[in-house]
Design a protein around this ligand. Sequence first.
Ligand code: FMN
Length: 374
Amino acid sequence: MEKSCPTNLHFLSPATIGSKSFSNRLVLAPMSRASAKPDGTPTREMANYYADFSRGGFGLLIAEGAFVDDICSQCYGNQPGLVTNSHEAGWQTVVEAVKRENGKIILQLIHAGAVSQSVETTFAPSPVRPRGQMLQGYGPRQGHYDVPRELSVNDILSIGSAFVEATMRAEAAGFDGVEIHCANGYLLDQFLTPETNLRSDTYGGKLENRLRLTTDILSMAQQRASPDFIVGVRLSQAKATVQDYFWPNGLEDARVIFSEVAEAGADYIHLASEKGGYTYHSTAKTGENLTAFARSLTGLPVIANGGLQDIGLANQIIEDQLADFVSIGKSAMLNPDLPKKIASGAPLRDFTFDMFKYGVSVNAQLKWEAEQHA
Ligand SMILES: Cc1cc2nc3c(=O)[nH]c(=O)nc-3n(C[C@H](O)[C@H](O)[C@H](O)COP(=O)(O)O)c2cc1C
């Protein structure tokens, strides 16, 4: 069980992003649950799944990465998309269920690039085979990644437009905003990372160029969406394929990345910290705390992540103004009412990878839960 509840819970205080206010600073981290229909349409079951987190007290939900085109962006089988009218209608049902619980919800938008486990031919900034193996629990493909085909400049422009079209659909479906996924080794992060971007055109070379597709998407999405619609960005050092990765030039890289995304119009910065957790992976190679740095450099709201069901650490992050929000991933899957539990001092259920024994989908979890209670 997690540690007991400190008396002054700073993360339960209200906060804002742009003109939108949130009842507390606890955010559901985006988590791909591969539970959509085969064509990527979100289901009624996903609506119930997301509504549970709002009923449980999360001030903001960030829904799992949705793919943005029907060409090569899809990461996994049964991943939701936001490309067609059917996808949009499915997401509208999810948003309505969340709003009925007085919740707020942002949709993450993603392109898999070289690490798609779904498409036959993968595309990426450069023909570099991703390190590691395809993720278990997700399908349909497993094993080594293929060498991707290099994207042409026209392909890159089309991908930028696809992110913007998906943003417009997200607003039409009723979302409070979108989060552009430039993290964890997916396409936009493949552009950002020197070892997967060997280009010599305006999308390769110096860091500003490697970030160009992300900053173009942020500024185009901001121009097209309504002023109060949130357009945020998710960044990370680590990658699903290279878990111990750090930005090679430490704080200097962070300075360029944070200031460029702020300049492009990001409404918030969400820094993911997976395996090593917040303390390890939200620290630059040069030793500085990155969420505090992002906050002071840009003045934007910053969402911290990584093992922050640790109430003491989460509370300290908010109290010391190292970040404005904390996002919770794995622990939330077993505690959709985590904010209510924390507020009442009730113990949290401990996360265990055993819950994925039948797969990562919502139904697989229900099957595992039933077994626990048998
Ligand atoms: C099953 C699962 C699916 C995930 N899917 C996504 C995703 O779609 N987009 C994303 O940015 N991160 C994804 N993540 C990473 C989480 O958002 C989060 O950064 C990570 O789990 C660390 O936070 P935690 O320690 O609170 O779990 C996923 C993590 C898990 C466990």
